[in-house]
Design a binder for this molecule. Structure first.
Ligand code: SF4
Ligand code: SF4
Length: 199
């Protein structure tokens, strides 16, 4: 009787295991039907969306050392090092830096800068071995941004929202294909036409 009980419980466990393996395979087969959402990084890279907020670009010559960027930053992050030039009677910028290891990329500083010397770029590859290297000075921030679409070693892939009508896989769309929906400038033109029509 004890032996039969053992056989029964073994058979039950075997069936249970087979059920779990079947469930796992069902998930695998289900995913085989779905469109791919990954790209073969770093040979393929997604083109960042229009409003992507990446590494901040800084133009030294435009900065007036007003420190508005520091005041609007939630963590007072930008370091604006200036001296008052008595002869010219104005502030003279010596050094500017932002630590991207601490920055939350909210772009408040970019939004409020009165001279537009800050701008967000589409650069997102900021990984370093030492986090102190993320503290960018005005020279590092003045470097022109890396663009996925201009790298000959990389195949740029469009995100789902920017694909043409009927295409669900970024690998199938050419860069020249018109995306679904209207572009912002087309919407602006339509609104302008509607507004200028006499009632
Ligand atoms: S807000 Fe703009 S101009 Fe003023 S200190 Fe910051 S970067 Fe310079
Ligand atoms: S992006 Fe935001 S967190 Fe980063 S420096 Fe500018 S205001 Fe501060």
């Amino acid at each position: 009787m004890k032996f039969l009980n053992k056989i029964g419980s073994y058979a039950k466990e075997t069936l249970q295991s087979a059920k779990y393996i079947g469930q796992g395979l069902a998930v695998t087969f289900d995913h085989m039907q779905r469109r791919p959402i990954t790209v073969q990084y770093p040979y393929e890279k997604l083109i960042p969306s229009e409003r992507f907020r990446g590494r901040i670009h800084f133009e030294f010559d435009k900065c007036i050392s007003c420190e508005v960027c520091v005041r609007v930053c939630p963590i007072n992050l930008p370091v604006v090092d200036w001296e008052f030039n008595k002869e010219m009677k104005k502030k003279e910028l010596k050094h500017y830096s932002i630590d991207f290891g601490v920055c939350i990329f909210c772009a408040n500083c970019v939004e409020y800068c009165p001279t537009n010397c800050l701008s967000v770029t589409e650069e997102y590859e900021l990984a370093t071995y030492d986090r102190h290297e993320l503290n960018f000075d005005n020279v590092a921030m003045g470097r022109l941004p890396y663009k996925v679409t201009e790298d000959p070693m990389v195949t740029p892939i469009r995100e789902f929202a920017y694909l043409p009508v009927g295409v669900t896989d970024g690998h199938e769309a050419k860069l020249t294909d018109q995306r679904a929906g209207s572009r912002p400038e087309e919407i602006a033109a339509q609104l302008h036409t509607t507004a200028s029509k006499p009632e």
